[in-house]
Ligand binder design. Structure first.
Ligand SMILES: N[C@@H](CCC(=O)N[C@@H](CS)C(=O)NCC(=O)O)C(=O)O
Length: 211
């Protein structure tokens, strides 16, 4: 087994999908959580100038989706064949597109940048949710297993989507309304967070940097 070091900030964000994948696979890793004040010095030393970064036996690379896919393939969470793996990739990418779309709201909402968070919730967050979430609902409507890529067991897409929604449920102003129009996604979320190792990670993780 290689030696894994995972570096991110002390927040769930783009980190928990990868930490949870390690937990689900029962693979030990070094969980490095960089204090914000140390980031300016570390940034130029990272491969892409951003976190997360994964180091495998000392070889480092960045980009959340690349890390997630690599580990999913290594640990058997990438679907039973290359086609279902590509479908899982496409759904994880869709969620990454959603995250990019809501960033103007997210930065203000967590107090990282100034702005009117209530206004941005209405003008940025809700339209993005209502554009992207029906796509996950459609994928789930075609899945008899209840997992997004219609695979018999969960893939990295389920982990990524489940983690982003778990974070949003702590961030949005009215959590009970988040999934009210997306019943299959709500069921998927309950299925994901009821996995013992996922629930255990959520219960025991350090307090988040932002919220
Ligand atoms: N597409 C990249 C985005 C990475 C990214 O923007 N990471 C943020 C933290 S969530 C970061 O490193 N911010 C600090 C900076 O850009 O200096 C990924 O998914 O890894």
């Amino acid at each position: 087994m290689p030696s894994y070091k995972f570096t991110y900030f002390n927040t769930s964000g783009r980190g928990d999908p990868i930490r949870i994948l390690f937990a689900l696979a029962d693979v030990p890793f070094e969980d490095v959580r960089v204090p914000i004040k140390e980031w300016p010095a570390l940034k130029p030393k990272t491969p892409l100038g951003t976190l997360p970064v994964l180091s495998v036996d000392g070889v480092e690379f960045g980009q959340t989706q690349a890390i997630l896919r690599y580990l999913a393939r290594e640990f058997g969470f990438a679907g039973p064949d290359t086609l279902s793996s590509a479908i899982a990739d496409s759904l994880a990418d869709q969620m990454a597109d959603f995250m990019a779309a809501i960033f103007p709201w997210h930065g203000v909402n967590v107090g990282f940048v100034p702005g009117d968070k209530a206004e941005l919730y209405k003008t940025v967050f809700l339209p993005a949710r209502d554009k992207h979430f029906p796509l996950f609902e459609k994928a789930l409507s075609k899945s008899s297993s209840g997992w997004l890529a219609a695979t018999p067991s969960l893939t990295h897409a389920d982990i990524f989507v489940g983690c982003v929604i778990e974070m949003l449920l702590r961030l949005v102003p009215e959590p009970p309304t988040l999934l009210v129009d997306f019943p299959l996604l709500a069921r998927h979320q309950a299925k994901f967070t009821s996995i013992a190792k996922v629930a255990e990670h959520i219960a025991n993780r350090p307090k988040d940097l932002w919220f």
